[in-house]
Design a protein around this ligand. Structure first.
Ligand code: ASP
Length: 282
């Protein structure tokens, strides 16, 4: 059994104290996802559970605690992908959803589409009985000053006991973004991707991640024979060569090998495998 889960808490630069808190948050999320896998649950359920824990933690730029756009409002993006079926669900520029990853999952399971945005996504949420809250409830105090310097998109990748891979990513986007701006996170192949070979969740400068289709590019390296640790490093190296920009990613290959790499100062990650291995890095 190659059960594995790996989560991240966003690429960027954070203070030492904040980094420790984020590592603790990542650990709690990895444990939640791992519990799902351990009970025989699917990789998709595991990444959803892990990302929902991070969305509920106000330290991270996803769900509650999301960054503010130019108008001082929260607009979130999220995506989930099942590597075994290539089914995916995503939402973009949605306000007033506490757990955008749950809505993305519903788009995957209960609609004919992959990506729903803004008002249409909210209407779909209401139809599906997903709680819609006042967007101001997602704003935490002190956020404006904090998000000017810190990031904290969240993501998870998992491999379940049936060998199925999945990826999920959720974000408030980038500080001071224009209303309606959509980043890499909900775009399949850019910020989020999973197939039978690998699962990837990215974080960093969304526009540059989109132009390099970073998540799919990383899986392409697995197809060329690299394992996840080598593919992650090379994907980020190619990304930097092409854009001179900032990003990080986590990935798993079909054997449950974990890869993570970054061009930023920090990328808190936490991983757990069936043999009890715990990986924690910053
Ligand atoms: N990639 C996210 C975005 O551009 C932000 C981040 O990862 O910090 O929306």
């Amino acid at each position: 059994m190659h059960l594995a889960i790996l989560v991240h808490g966003g690429a960027g630069e954070v203070s030492a104290a904040s980094l420790e808190d984020r590592q603790r948050g990542c650990h709690a999320a990895a444990a939640a996802g791992y519990a799902v896998l351990k009970q025989g649950g699917g990789a998709v359920d595991a990444v959803q559970a892990a990302v929902a824990v991070l969305e509920d933690n106000p330290l991270f730029n996803a769900g509650t605690g999301s960054t503010l756009n130019r108008e001082g409002r929260v607009e979130t993006d999220a995506a989930i992908m099942d590597g075994a079926t290539l089914k995916a669900g995503a939402v973009a520029a949605v306000s007033g959803i506490r757990n955008p990853i749950r809505l993305a999952r519903r788009v995957m399971d209960s609609s004919r589409h992959i990506l729903l945005a803004a008002e249409g996504a909210l209407r779909f949420a209401r139809q599906q009985g997903i709680e819609v809250c006042d967007p101001r409830e997602l704003v935490v105090p002190g956020q404006r000053t904090r998000w000017e310097r810190e990031h904290g998109t969240v993501g998870a990748v998992a491999l379940d006991s049936h060998g199925r891979l999945a990826a999920a990513t959720s974000t408030g986007g980038i500080f001071d973004k224009l209303p309606g701006r959509v980043g890499d996170t909900p775009l399949i192949g850019c910020g989020t991707y999973a197939d039978a070979r690998g699962a990837v969740s990215c974080t960093g400068h969304g526009e540059d991640i989109i132009r390099t289709t970073l998540a799919r590019s990383a899986v392409h390296l697995l197809e060329q024979g690299l394992d996840a640790p080598a593919a992650a490093e090379l994907a980020i190296r190619h990304f930097v060569d092409m854009t001179h920009s900032e990003a990080g990613l986590i990935m798993l290959d079909h054997q449950g090998r974990m890869g993570y790499a970054r061009s930023t100062t920090h990328l808190p990650v936490c991983g757990m495998t069936a043999d009890g291995t715990l990986i924690s890095a910053a």
